[in-house]
Design a protein around this ligand. Sequence first.
Ligand code: JFZ
Length: 421
Amino acid sequence: AAGAQGMEEMWDSTASKKEHPNIQWFKDAKFGLFIHWGLYSKLAGTWKGKNYYGSGEWIMNQARIPVRKYDKVAATFDPVNFNADEWAQLAKDAGVKYMVITAKHHEGFSMFDSKVTNFDIVDATPYKKDPMKALSEATRMRGIQFGFYYSQFQDWHEPNGGRNTWDFDESKKDYQQYYRDKAIPQLKELLTNYGPLGIVWFDTPGGMTKEQTQRFINELRKLQPKSLFSSRVGQGLGDYKDFGDSEVPPVPIAGAWESIYTHNDSWGYIAHDMNFKSSDEIIELLANVASKGGNLMLNVGPDGLGTIPYYSVKYLKATGAWLQKNGESIYASTAGFIPAQPWGVTTAKPGRLFLHILNRPGNDTVLVPGFTNTASKVYALDGKMNLPFTQKSTDLYVNMTTVKNIHSPNAVLVVEYKGTA
Ligand code: JFZ
Protein backbone atom coordinates (compact mmCIF):
# COMPACT_ATOMS: atom_id res chain seq x y z
CA ALA A 1 0.00 0.00 0.00
CA ALA A 2 1.17 3.53 -0.67
CA GLY A 3 2.85 5.10 2.30
CA ALA A 4 3.10 1.76 4.06
CA GLN A 5 6.74 2.38 4.82
CA GLY A 6 5.92 5.54 6.69
CA MET A 7 2.99 3.92 8.47
CA GLU A 8 5.35 1.32 9.88
CA GLU A 9 6.62 3.56 12.63
CA MET A 10 3.26 5.03 13.34
CA TRP A 11 1.55 1.69 13.89
CA ASP A 12 4.49 -0.28 15.29
CA SER A 13 3.89 -3.17 12.97
CA THR A 14 7.21 -4.86 13.62
CA ALA A 15 7.39 -7.86 15.88
CA SER A 16 9.88 -8.72 18.58
CA LYS A 17 13.09 -10.42 17.42
CA LYS A 18 12.64 -13.09 20.04
CA GLU A 19 10.30 -15.82 18.82
CA HIS A 20 7.34 -16.76 21.00
CA PRO A 21 7.57 -20.46 22.02
CA ASN A 22 3.96 -21.00 20.93
CA ILE A 23 4.29 -19.41 17.49
CA GLN A 24 4.25 -22.56 15.34
CA TRP A 25 0.47 -23.06 15.21
CA PHE A 26 0.18 -19.50 13.96
CA LYS A 27 2.82 -19.97 11.25
CA ASP A 28 1.04 -23.10 10.05
CA ALA A 29 -2.48 -21.64 10.22
CA LYS A 30 -2.32 -19.51 7.04
CA PHE A 31 -5.98 -18.50 7.17
CA GLY A 32 -7.88 -16.69 9.91
CA LEU A 33 -11.27 -15.04 10.30
CA PHE A 34 -11.49 -11.51 11.67
CA ILE A 35 -14.85 -10.24 12.94
CA HIS A 36 -15.67 -6.59 13.62
CA TRP A 37 -18.87 -6.41 15.63
CA GLY A 38 -20.12 -3.67 17.93
CA LEU A 39 -22.68 -0.89 18.29
CA TYR A 40 -21.46 0.53 14.97
CA SER A 41 -22.83 -2.64 13.34
CA LYS A 42 -26.29 -1.51 14.31
CA LEU A 43 -25.72 2.00 12.89
CA ALA A 44 -24.67 0.24 9.66
CA GLY A 45 -22.97 3.29 8.18
CA THR A 46 -25.85 5.73 8.61
CA TRP A 47 -26.28 8.53 11.17
CA LYS A 48 -29.17 11.01 11.08
CA GLY A 49 -30.08 9.95 7.55
CA LYS A 50 -26.60 10.53 6.18
CA ASN A 51 -24.64 7.64 4.71
CA TYR A 52 -21.00 7.25 5.67
CA TYR A 53 -18.45 5.21 3.73
CA GLY A 54 -15.09 3.70 4.50
CA SER A 55 -14.88 2.04 7.88
CA GLY A 56 -18.26 1.54 9.53
CA GLU A 57 -16.66 1.09 12.96
CA TRP A 58 -15.42 4.69 12.74
CA ILE A 59 -18.90 6.28 12.45
CA MET A 60 -18.83 7.74 15.96
CA ASN A 61 -15.69 9.63 14.95
CA GLN A 62 -16.83 10.44 11.40
CA ALA A 63 -20.16 11.88 12.55
CA ARG A 64 -18.69 13.32 15.78
CA ILE A 65 -21.38 11.57 17.82
CA PRO A 66 -21.29 12.69 21.45
CA VAL A 67 -20.85 9.98 24.06
CA ARG A 68 -24.28 10.64 25.58
CA LYS A 69 -25.99 10.13 22.20
CA TYR A 70 -23.91 7.06 21.47
CA ASP A 71 -25.05 5.51 24.76
CA LYS A 72 -28.57 5.46 23.34
CA VAL A 73 -27.46 3.13 20.54
CA ALA A 74 -26.60 0.56 23.20
CA ALA A 75 -30.12 0.81 24.60
CA THR A 76 -31.48 -0.53 21.29
CA PHE A 77 -28.78 -3.11 20.53
CA ASP A 78 -30.44 -6.51 20.49
CA PRO A 79 -28.65 -9.07 18.26
CA VAL A 80 -31.33 -11.74 18.49
CA ASN A 81 -30.00 -13.56 15.40
CA PHE A 82 -26.60 -14.19 16.93
CA ASN A 83 -25.85 -17.89 17.03
CA ALA A 84 -22.40 -18.90 18.31
CA ASP A 85 -22.56 -22.37 16.77
CA GLU A 86 -23.49 -20.99 13.35
CA TRP A 87 -20.61 -18.50 13.40
CA ALA A 88 -18.11 -21.09 14.61
CA GLN A 89 -19.37 -23.61 12.05
CA LEU A 90 -19.01 -21.04 9.29
CA ALA A 91 -15.40 -20.53 10.40
CA LYS A 92 -14.91 -24.29 10.28
CA ASP A 93 -16.53 -24.59 6.84
CA ALA A 94 -14.41 -21.70 5.56
CA GLY A 95 -11.29 -23.60 6.60
CA VAL A 96 -9.86 -20.95 8.91
CA LYS A 97 -7.59 -22.03 11.77
CA TYR A 98 -8.14 -19.01 13.98
CA MET A 99 -10.76 -16.39 14.72
CA VAL A 100 -10.28 -12.92 16.19
CA ILE A 101 -13.32 -10.88 17.22
CA THR A 102 -13.62 -7.33 18.53
CA ALA A 103 -14.16 -7.47 22.29
CA LYS A 104 -13.96 -3.67 22.35
CA HIS A 105 -13.30 -1.37 19.42
CA HIS A 106 -12.46 2.35 19.47
CA GLU A 107 -16.09 3.23 20.29
CA GLY A 108 -15.33 1.88 23.77
CA PHE A 109 -18.26 -0.52 24.00
CA SER A 110 -17.58 -3.93 25.54
CA MET A 111 -19.12 -6.81 23.62
CA PHE A 112 -18.50 -9.03 26.65
CA ASP A 113 -19.64 -9.11 30.26
CA SER A 114 -17.39 -6.64 32.01
CA LYS A 115 -17.42 -5.70 35.66
CA VAL A 116 -15.21 -2.70 34.90
CA THR A 117 -17.93 -0.66 33.19
CA ASN A 118 -21.67 -0.60 32.62
CA PHE A 119 -21.09 0.29 28.98
CA ASP A 120 -21.14 -3.39 28.02
CA ILE A 121 -23.50 -5.75 26.26
CA VAL A 122 -24.85 -7.31 29.46
CA ASP A 123 -25.53 -4.09 31.37
CA ALA A 124 -26.40 -1.57 28.65
CA THR A 125 -28.47 -3.49 26.10
CA PRO A 126 -31.81 -5.31 26.01
CA TYR A 127 -29.86 -8.39 24.85
CA LYS A 128 -28.31 -8.81 28.33
CA LYS A 129 -26.21 -11.86 27.40
CA ASP A 130 -22.48 -12.35 26.75
CA PRO A 131 -22.04 -13.54 23.14
CA MET A 132 -18.28 -13.93 23.58
CA LYS A 133 -18.60 -16.72 26.10
CA ALA A 134 -20.62 -18.92 23.74
CA LEU A 135 -18.52 -18.00 20.72
CA SER A 136 -15.20 -18.77 22.42
CA GLU A 137 -16.49 -22.19 23.37
CA ALA A 138 -18.12 -23.04 20.03
CA THR A 139 -14.99 -21.98 18.16
CA ARG A 140 -12.52 -23.85 20.36
CA MET A 141 -14.75 -26.94 20.26
CA ARG A 142 -14.20 -27.03 16.50
CA GLY A 143 -10.42 -26.99 16.85
CA ILE A 144 -10.09 -23.34 15.89
CA GLN A 145 -7.91 -20.95 17.90
CA PHE A 146 -9.96 -18.15 19.43
CA GLY A 147 -8.73 -14.61 20.04
CA PHE A 148 -9.88 -11.13 20.99
CA TYR A 149 -9.26 -7.79 19.31
CA TYR A 150 -8.98 -5.10 21.97
CA SER A 151 -8.48 -1.40 21.27
CA GLN A 152 -6.07 -0.66 24.09
CA PHE A 153 -5.47 3.04 23.51
CA GLN A 154 -8.32 4.54 21.53
CA ASP A 155 -11.45 4.54 23.65
CA TRP A 156 -13.80 7.28 22.54
CA HIS A 157 -16.19 6.66 25.42
CA GLU A 158 -13.74 7.48 28.20
CA PRO A 159 -12.70 11.01 29.15
CA ASN A 160 -9.10 9.77 29.48
CA GLY A 161 -9.14 7.30 26.57
CA GLY A 162 -7.31 8.12 23.35
CA ARG A 163 -8.64 10.18 20.45
CA ASN A 164 -12.15 11.41 21.26
CA THR A 165 -11.48 15.10 20.59
CA TRP A 166 -15.13 16.08 20.04
CA ASP A 167 -16.22 15.47 23.64
CA PHE A 168 -12.92 15.74 25.50
CA ASP A 169 -9.82 17.87 25.39
CA GLU A 170 -6.97 15.60 24.32
CA SER A 171 -4.35 17.77 26.02
CA LYS A 172 -6.04 17.32 29.42
CA LYS A 173 -6.18 13.55 29.26
CA ASP A 174 -4.56 11.23 31.76
CA TYR A 175 -3.96 8.13 29.65
CA GLN A 176 -2.41 6.29 32.58
CA GLN A 177 -5.68 6.60 34.51
CA TYR A 178 -7.54 5.06 31.58
CA TYR A 179 -5.03 2.21 31.21
CA ARG A 180 -5.06 1.50 34.93
CA ASP A 181 -8.81 1.66 35.44
CA LYS A 182 -10.24 0.31 32.20
CA ALA A 183 -7.91 -1.22 29.60
CA ILE A 184 -5.77 -3.36 31.89
CA PRO A 185 -8.63 -4.62 34.11
CA GLN A 186 -10.68 -5.45 31.00
CA LEU A 187 -7.81 -7.27 29.33
CA LYS A 188 -7.44 -9.25 32.53
CA GLU A 189 -11.12 -10.18 32.34
CA LEU A 190 -10.68 -11.33 28.75
CA LEU A 191 -7.59 -13.35 29.64
CA THR A 192 -9.32 -14.93 32.64
CA ASN A 193 -12.94 -15.61 31.73
CA TYR A 194 -12.85 -17.01 28.18
CA GLY A 195 -10.53 -20.01 28.29
CA PRO A 196 -7.20 -20.20 26.47
CA LEU A 197 -6.85 -17.41 23.91
CA GLY A 198 -4.77 -18.02 20.82
CA ILE A 199 -4.31 -14.32 20.19
CA VAL A 200 -4.85 -10.94 21.76
CA TRP A 201 -5.04 -8.59 18.81
CA PHE A 202 -4.07 -5.14 20.02
CA ASP A 203 -4.60 -2.12 17.81
CA THR A 204 -3.06 1.30 17.39
CA PRO A 205 -0.84 1.84 20.42
CA GLY A 206 -0.45 5.18 22.17
CA GLY A 207 0.17 6.90 25.47
CA MET A 208 2.85 4.49 26.68
CA THR A 209 6.64 4.46 26.55
CA LYS A 210 8.53 1.32 25.60
CA GLU A 211 9.11 0.52 29.28
CA GLN A 212 5.43 1.00 30.11
CA THR A 213 4.45 -1.20 27.16
CA GLN A 214 6.84 -3.92 28.36
CA ARG A 215 5.34 -3.81 31.85
CA PHE A 216 1.83 -3.86 30.37
CA ILE A 217 2.75 -6.97 28.34
CA ASN A 218 4.44 -8.70 31.28
CA GLU A 219 1.43 -8.17 33.48
CA LEU A 220 -0.94 -9.67 30.90
CA ARG A 221 1.43 -12.49 29.88
CA LYS A 222 1.31 -13.92 33.37
CA LEU A 223 -2.35 -14.77 32.88
CA GLN A 224 -1.82 -16.64 29.59
CA PRO A 225 1.82 -17.17 28.65
CA LYS A 226 0.83 -19.14 25.51
CA SER A 227 -1.34 -16.42 24.02
CA LEU A 228 0.21 -14.47 21.12
CA PHE A 229 0.11 -10.67 21.15
CA SER A 230 -0.18 -8.86 17.81
CA SER A 231 2.42 -6.31 16.74
CA ARG A 232 0.11 -3.36 17.35
CA VAL A 233 0.67 -3.81 21.07
CA GLY A 234 3.40 -1.35 20.16
CA GLN A 235 7.08 -0.54 20.51
CA GLY A 236 8.14 -3.54 18.43
CA LEU A 237 7.19 -5.87 21.28
CA GLY A 238 4.50 -7.99 19.60
CA ASP A 239 4.88 -11.67 18.77
CA TYR A 240 4.15 -11.44 15.06
CA LYS A 241 4.07 -8.77 12.45
CA ASP A 242 0.88 -7.31 11.06
CA PHE A 243 1.02 -5.55 7.77
CA GLY A 244 -1.08 -2.48 7.11
CA ASP A 245 -4.64 -3.05 6.03
CA SER A 246 -4.90 -4.74 2.64
CA GLU A 247 -1.18 -5.06 2.16
CA VAL A 248 0.84 -8.05 0.93
CA PRO A 249 4.64 -7.76 0.88
CA PRO A 250 6.17 -8.00 -2.62
CA VAL A 251 8.73 -10.65 -1.65
CA PRO A 252 8.79 -13.47 0.92
CA ILE A 253 9.20 -12.32 4.52
CA ALA A 254 10.75 -14.50 7.21
CA GLY A 255 9.15 -14.96 10.62
CA ALA A 256 5.50 -14.97 11.66
CA TRP A 257 3.28 -12.41 10.01
CA GLU A 258 -0.22 -11.68 8.83
CA SER A 259 -1.95 -9.64 6.16
CA ILE A 260 -5.38 -8.36 7.08
CA TYR A 261 -8.12 -7.72 4.55
CA THR A 262 -11.79 -7.09 4.89
CA HIS A 263 -14.39 -8.82 2.71
CA ASN A 264 -15.94 -5.64 1.34
CA ASP A 265 -14.58 -2.11 1.88
CA SER A 266 -15.39 -1.79 5.58
CA TRP A 267 -14.41 -3.67 8.74
CA GLY A 268 -17.65 -2.95 10.58
CA TYR A 269 -21.01 -3.62 8.89
CA ILE A 270 -22.18 -1.00 6.37
CA ALA A 271 -25.54 -1.76 4.81
CA HIS A 272 -24.72 0.12 1.60
CA ASP A 273 -21.35 -1.56 0.98
CA MET A 274 -21.84 -4.46 -1.42
CA ASN A 275 -18.29 -4.58 -2.76
CA PHE A 276 -17.60 -8.14 -1.61
CA LYS A 277 -14.65 -10.11 -2.92
CA SER A 278 -15.65 -13.28 -4.76
CA SER A 279 -14.35 -16.65 -3.56
CA ASP A 280 -11.95 -16.67 -6.54
CA GLU A 281 -10.51 -13.36 -5.30
CA ILE A 282 -10.21 -14.67 -1.74
CA ILE A 283 -8.47 -17.84 -2.92
CA GLU A 284 -6.09 -15.82 -5.06
CA LEU A 285 -5.31 -13.55 -2.11
CA LEU A 286 -4.76 -16.52 0.19
CA ALA A 287 -2.37 -18.13 -2.31
CA ASN A 288 -0.55 -14.85 -2.80
CA VAL A 289 -0.06 -14.26 0.94
CA ALA A 290 0.98 -17.90 1.53
CA SER A 291 3.47 -17.63 -1.34
CA LYS A 292 5.22 -14.88 0.65
CA GLY A 293 5.15 -17.01 3.81
CA GLY A 294 2.35 -15.30 5.75
CA ASN A 295 -1.22 -15.67 6.98
CA LEU A 296 -4.33 -14.04 5.61
CA MET A 297 -6.84 -12.89 8.21
CA LEU A 298 -10.04 -12.01 6.37
CA ASN A 299 -12.64 -9.86 8.08
CA VAL A 300 -16.43 -10.06 8.00
CA GLY A 301 -18.83 -7.58 9.55
CA PRO A 302 -22.02 -9.05 11.03
CA ASP A 303 -24.98 -6.67 11.29
CA GLY A 304 -26.61 -5.32 14.44
CA LEU A 305 -28.93 -8.31 14.65
CA GLY A 306 -26.02 -10.73 14.59
CA THR A 307 -26.36 -11.90 10.99
CA ILE A 308 -23.23 -12.39 8.91
CA PRO A 309 -23.81 -10.87 5.44
CA TYR A 310 -25.16 -13.30 2.87
CA TYR A 311 -22.24 -12.84 0.48
CA SER A 312 -19.70 -13.35 3.24
CA VAL A 313 -21.30 -16.67 4.15
CA LYS A 314 -21.52 -17.73 0.51
CA TYR A 315 -17.96 -16.86 -0.48
CA LEU A 316 -16.39 -18.09 2.74
CA LYS A 317 -18.03 -21.47 2.24
CA ALA A 318 -16.82 -21.60 -1.37
CA THR A 319 -13.30 -20.78 -0.18
CA GLY A 320 -13.57 -23.62 2.34
CA ALA A 321 -14.71 -26.03 -0.38
CA TRP A 322 -11.61 -25.14 -2.39
CA LEU A 323 -9.42 -25.63 0.69
CA GLN A 324 -10.95 -29.07 1.25
CA LYS A 325 -9.37 -30.16 -2.02
CA ASN A 326 -6.32 -27.90 -2.16
CA GLY A 327 -5.54 -27.09 1.47
CA GLU A 328 -2.41 -29.26 1.29
CA SER A 329 -0.81 -26.44 -0.72
CA ILE A 330 -1.71 -23.79 1.87
CA TYR A 331 -1.75 -25.07 5.47
CA ALA A 332 1.69 -25.49 7.04
CA SER A 333 3.33 -24.47 3.77
CA THR A 334 6.22 -22.06 3.48
CA ALA A 335 6.94 -19.35 0.93
CA GLY A 336 7.54 -20.72 -2.55
CA PHE A 337 11.18 -20.70 -3.66
CA ILE A 338 10.19 -19.73 -7.20
CA PRO A 339 9.11 -16.06 -7.32
CA ALA A 340 5.77 -14.92 -8.78
CA GLN A 341 5.31 -15.82 -12.46
CA PRO A 342 2.85 -14.62 -15.12
CA TRP A 343 0.73 -17.74 -14.41
CA GLY A 344 0.72 -17.36 -10.63
CA VAL A 345 2.59 -18.01 -7.39
CA THR A 346 4.24 -20.89 -5.51
CA THR A 347 4.22 -22.37 -2.01
CA ALA A 348 6.43 -25.17 -0.72
CA LYS A 349 6.82 -28.15 1.59
CA PRO A 350 9.86 -30.44 1.87
CA GLY A 351 10.26 -32.21 -1.50
CA ARG A 352 7.26 -30.47 -3.06
CA LEU A 353 6.64 -27.22 -4.85
CA PHE A 354 3.01 -26.10 -5.32
CA LEU A 355 2.14 -24.11 -8.43
CA HIS A 356 -0.94 -21.96 -7.90
CA ILE A 357 -2.26 -21.36 -11.40
CA LEU A 358 -3.99 -17.99 -11.05
CA ASN A 359 -3.80 -17.11 -14.76
CA ARG A 360 -3.94 -20.22 -16.86
CA PRO A 361 -1.46 -19.92 -19.76
CA GLY A 362 -3.12 -19.77 -23.18
CA ASN A 363 -1.11 -22.72 -24.49
CA ASP A 364 -1.57 -24.70 -21.26
CA THR A 365 2.20 -24.85 -20.79
CA VAL A 366 3.44 -23.71 -17.39
CA LEU A 367 7.07 -22.67 -17.35
CA VAL A 368 8.86 -22.85 -14.01
CA PRO A 369 12.18 -21.06 -14.52
CA GLY A 370 15.16 -21.36 -12.19
CA PHE A 371 14.14 -24.83 -11.01
CA THR A 372 17.47 -26.16 -9.75
CA ASN A 373 16.16 -29.50 -8.44
CA THR A 374 15.24 -32.56 -10.47
CA ALA A 375 11.49 -32.94 -10.90
CA SER A 376 10.36 -36.54 -10.45
CA LYS A 377 6.59 -36.22 -10.73
CA VAL A 378 4.00 -33.53 -11.47
CA TYR A 379 0.28 -33.82 -10.73
CA ALA A 380 -2.84 -31.75 -10.20
CA LEU A 381 -3.60 -31.58 -6.47
CA ASP A 382 -7.36 -31.90 -6.96
CA GLY A 383 -7.82 -35.43 -8.35
CA LYS A 384 -4.12 -36.41 -8.14
CA MET A 385 -3.86 -36.74 -11.92
CA ASN A 386 -0.31 -37.02 -13.26
CA LEU A 387 0.76 -34.38 -15.80
CA PRO A 388 3.41 -34.60 -18.52
CA PHE A 389 6.50 -32.45 -17.96
CA THR A 390 9.97 -31.89 -19.37
CA GLN A 391 12.95 -30.30 -17.72
CA LYS A 392 15.63 -28.55 -19.75
CA SER A 393 18.37 -27.62 -17.33
CA THR A 394 16.64 -25.36 -14.79
CA ASP A 395 13.57 -24.72 -16.96
CA LEU A 396 10.68 -26.98 -16.05
CA TYR A 397 7.73 -27.17 -18.47
CA VAL A 398 4.43 -28.64 -17.30
CA ASN A 399 1.60 -29.39 -19.69
CA MET A 400 -1.75 -28.89 -17.98
CA THR A 401 -4.07 -29.56 -20.94
CA THR A 402 -5.78 -32.43 -19.13
CA VAL A 403 -6.59 -30.27 -16.09
CA LYS A 404 -10.26 -29.57 -16.54
CA ASN A 405 -10.77 -26.85 -13.92
CA ILE A 406 -10.72 -23.74 -16.02
CA HIS A 407 -11.72 -21.31 -13.29
CA SER A 408 -8.29 -19.88 -12.78
CA PRO A 409 -7.66 -19.96 -9.01
CA ASN A 410 -8.90 -23.51 -8.74
CA ALA A 411 -5.88 -25.32 -10.14
CA VAL A 412 -2.90 -26.23 -7.96
CA LEU A 413 -0.15 -28.33 -9.56
CA VAL A 414 2.34 -30.23 -7.43
CA VAL A 415 5.96 -30.74 -8.46
CA GLU A 416 7.71 -33.50 -6.55
CA TYR A 417 11.47 -33.29 -6.71
CA LYS A 418 14.73 -34.71 -5.45
CA GLY A 419 17.34 -32.54 -3.81
CA THR A 420 16.96 -29.56 -1.55
CA ALA A 421 15.57 -26.27 -2.75
C1 JFZ B 1 -7.30 -0.12 12.66
C2 JFZ B 1 -8.65 0.36 13.16
O1 JFZ B 1 -8.62 1.75 13.35
C3 JFZ B 1 -9.72 -0.02 12.17
O2 JFZ B 1 -10.97 0.42 12.61
C4 JFZ B 1 -9.73 -1.54 12.01
O3 JFZ B 1 -10.05 -2.16 13.24
C5 JFZ B 1 -8.37 -1.99 11.51
C6 JFZ B 1 -8.27 -3.49 11.42
O4 JFZ B 1 -7.33 -1.52 12.36
O5 JFZ B 1 -6.93 0.68 11.58
C7 JFZ B 1 -5.67 0.66 11.08
C8 JFZ B 1 -4.59 0.29 11.82
C9 JFZ B 1 -3.33 0.23 11.21
C10 JFZ B 1 -3.19 0.54 9.88
C11 JFZ B 1 -4.29 0.92 9.14
C12 JFZ B 1 -5.53 0.99 9.76
N1 JFZ B 1 -1.96 0.43 9.25
O6 JFZ B 1 -0.98 -0.06 9.85
O7 JFZ B 1 -1.80 0.76 8.07
